[in-house]
Design a protein. Structure first.
Length: 109
């Protein structure tokens, strides 16, 4: 009698373990589906942000904003000064720097 009751308890525990395992598998499956949906949403958002960045950094837009909002324009004759850099200058070895002359009073040391 004890063995029958013991086997029934063991069988019941195994049955509960199997049910719990299946429920957990379903729960994890739902979680995976939510994560997949979130991934798709984040990929769409990333793509929208990339489009926005490319439109905001377009040279035509920057030039138009510089002209319209900041009143900037191309340098006039004599405003660009070429500066020869010593050959031992590290970044570009004999590179030339182009500087725009400003009438605002900025001093370059």
């Amino acid at each position: 009698m004890k063995t029958l009751a013991g086997m029934t308890v063991v069988g019941l525990l195994l049955l509960l373990l199997c049910v719990w395992e299946r429920v957990d598998i379903v729960r994890v499956g739902y979680h995976i589906e939510r994560l997949k949906q979130q991934k798709v949403q984040l990929q769409r958002e990333r793509d929208e942000l990339r489009v926005k960045v490319s439109s905001m950094t377009a040279p035509e837009r920057i030039a138009r904003a510089a002209t319209e909002k900041l009143g900037m324009g191309p340098p006039e004759q004599g405003q660009v000064v070429l500066v020869k850099v010593a050959p031992d200058f590290a970044p570009g070895r004999g590179a030339e720097l182009r500087l725009a002359k400003s009438d605002v009073g900025v001093r370059i040391p």
